[in-house]
Each structure stands twice: as C-alpha cells, then as structure tokens.
Design a protein around this ligand. Structure first.
Ligand SMILES: [Zn+2]
Ligand SMILES: [Zn+2]
Length: 359
C-alpha cells in the first residue's frame, strides 16, 4: 500500500515537472517570435525610410506602372502620328494639284492665278521646311559629362544638375533644355532648339488650312449638293471621275476646316505663352508662384520675360529689321539666342534692360 502511494507521488512530481518545463518553453518561443517580429519590422522601416517621402511620392509610386505604359505607348504612337501628318498633308496637296489647280487655271483671272500660285507654294514650302526641322532638330539636352554647370536643382530621374528652365521628359527619358512639351505629332520634344520650328509649323499649317477652306468653300458647296443627289431616283448621271472629284473636295474641306479650328486654337494658346515669355510647363509653375506671392501681397515677375514685343523678337531671332523677312517670312535655319544652359540677356536686348539672374 505504501509503495503504491510512493509510486503515485513520484508520477505526480514528474507530471508537474513536465508541465512547468512546457510552460517555460512556450514562453521562450513566444518571446523569440516577438523579437523576430520587431527585428523584421525595424529592418523593413530602415530599408524604406526616407525623410522626403510624402503622399505625392507614394501616389507617384503607385501610378508608376500606368505612367510607364502611357510613356511607352506615346513613344510608339509618335511614329504613327508622324506618318499620319505626312500622309494627310500629302493627300491634301495631291487633291489641290489634281482637282483644284486645273480649275483655278481655267476660270480665274491672271492676277488671281498668280496670287494662288505664289501664296500656295510659299505656304507649302514653309510648312514642309518647319515640320522637317521640328522633327529632326534635337530640342537640346544638358551635358552628360562632368562640367562646371551651375544647376538650379537636381533631376530625380537623371541624378544630374538641372539648369534653369530645364525639365525631365519621361517619354524621351532625359532632361530637355527649356522644355515646352513632348509632341507626339513630331515624335520629338519641343525645347530650346526646336521651339521656333514647332510654333512656325503650327502657324503655317493653320494658315494653309484656312487658305484651303476659304478658297475651296464654293467648290465644297457644289460638291456637297451634288453628293446629296446621288441617292435620288432616278440617279444622276455622274461619271466615276466626277464622283471622285466631289468626294475629294468634300474630304479636303472637312479636313482643312477641322485642322484649322483645332490647330488654330493651339497656335493662339502658344502665341499667348510666347508673348508672356513662358513655356507650357512654366505657365503652371508661374501660376502657382503668382498665387503664392499674391497671398503675401507681393507681385510675381517672370525673370525670362523682356516685354511682349521683345519676347517675340527674341523667340523669332529678329535682331535687325531685315530679319523679319529673312528669318520669319522665309525658311531660316538660324539658331536661337544662347545655349539654353544659362539665361543671360540676348545681345539685342542688353542696351535696354539690366541683366537678369537665372533662377
Ligand atoms: Zn532628367
Ligand atoms: Zn520628350
């Protein structure tokens, strides 16, 4: 009996010992897991910590795949858009030569014939020249090699100094001097060296479209009226050549008037920006700055504006009066003032104004 009691006590002692041991091991495991969690959390935070991180950076990071897609699609579509501009312009020129010009030569007076031949060909040369120069001229990039460039900021993408008025183009994936915008119709960035070509192309293309719309208005009305009779019974007896003529004239007028409206609005917008001495990007930056200073009771002054008229002269490169003819009204490959890296006053302005500091 006593030996049984002793045995029972020994078993119970063993059981209690096991229980105590299990509890200690469980505590140890929980403590280790807690330490691991804290270590992992600290590692993650130290890897991702950035004192510049804010809501905008997080949002930009989330939208990065969409930006990537848009940039790559735009880059690819640029080639399609350029082919479209060349194709549509060529089709209009072909219609004018095949359909309209013989009619002008037959029906107009010699004075009107001279005017149409002179104006039409001058406008066409200006469009072709400026479009070719706008797509083939590099907009200008900051130097990549080590240099003494006084950058006003650092580009986050290129990790390189960014001169005043320079901005990063995510489609070209590099910084562009005096960047205005990336134009898919040129498949090129519009910047310091090709801004004039871009604007001149827009202006002459709008003028050409207005010219075609006005001079083709009577023909369009006749052709449209003729097309409406196609479905009458009995059907009119138009030959294939006449039907092709009617449809070509309607196509020419509809395309030219639509482009004249859309491109005309864009040209007016860019003309307003040039008058103020701003680029499309600077328009937004300056607007914010103007509002910020207005709240403080101060007036914002654009450091790159020389006054409306002088802004145009600097933009077009008109230093002496004869340049209005040789550099504006005739095709001219002259370079813009300055290098686009710093913004000293152009030589033609130095006598009139005190130098401005680039900001
Ligand atoms: Zn950059
Ligand atoms: Zn670009």
């Amino acid at each position: 009996m006593r030996s049984r009691q002793r045995m029972f006590a020994a078993v119970m002692r063993l059981l209690l010992k096991c229980l105590r041991l299990g509890r200690r091991r469980r505590f140890k495991l929980v403590r280790q897991a807690g330490q691991l969690w804290h270590y992992g959390h600290l590692c993650l935070r130290s890897l991702l910590y950035n004192s510049f991180t804010n809501g905008d950076v997080v949002l930009d990071s989330l939208f990065e795949p969409i930006y990537w897609l848009v940039d790559h699609v735009t880059r690819w579509f640029g080639v399609v858009f350029v082919a479209l501009v060349i194709g549509l312009t060529s089709s209009i020129v072909a219609i004018v030569y095949i359909c309209l010009l013989p009619l002008i030569l037959q029906t107009y007076t010699p004075a009107w014939i001279c005017w149409h031949l002179a104006y039409g060909h001058w406008n066409l040369i200006m469009i072709v020249f400026h479009y070719y120069k706008a797509i083939t001229t590099s907009p200008g990039y900051p130097p990549q090699a080590k240099n003494d460039l006084t950058g006003v900021s650092i580009c986050r993408k290129c990790i390189a100094p960014k001169p005043a008025r320079t901005h990063h183009c995510s489609i070209c994936n590099r910084c562009v001097l005096k960047m205005d915008h990336h134009c898919p119709w040129l498949n090129n960035c519009v910047g310091h060296y090709n801004h004039r070509y871009f604007f001149s192309f827009c202006l002459f293309m709008t003028m050409g479209c207005i010219y075609c719309s006005i001079s083709g208005w009577d023909m369009f009305r006749d052709a449209y009226a003729a097309i409406e009779t196609y479905y009458q019974t009995p059907p009119p007896t138009f030959s294939f050549r006449q039907r092709a003529f009617h449809k070509s004239v309607v196509y020419l007028w509809v395309l030219c008037s639509s482009v004249a409206l859309a491109l005309g609005a864009l040209t007016v917008w860019h003309a307003a920006l040039i008058t103020r001495g701003e680029t499309s990007i600077e328009r937004h930056i300056n607007k914010k700055e103007r509002q910020r200073l207005q709240k403080k009771g101060k007036v914002f002054r654009n450091p790159y504006s020389y006054g409306s008229w002088d802004n145009w002269k600097v933009f077009l490169g008109v230093d002496v009066p004869r340049h209005w003819l040789t550099r504006v009204l005739l095709p001219s490959p002259h370079l813009p003032h300055g290098t686009g890296l710093s913004w000293e006053l152009p030589p033609c302005m130095t006598k009139q104004r005190t130098p401005l500091l680039a900001i």
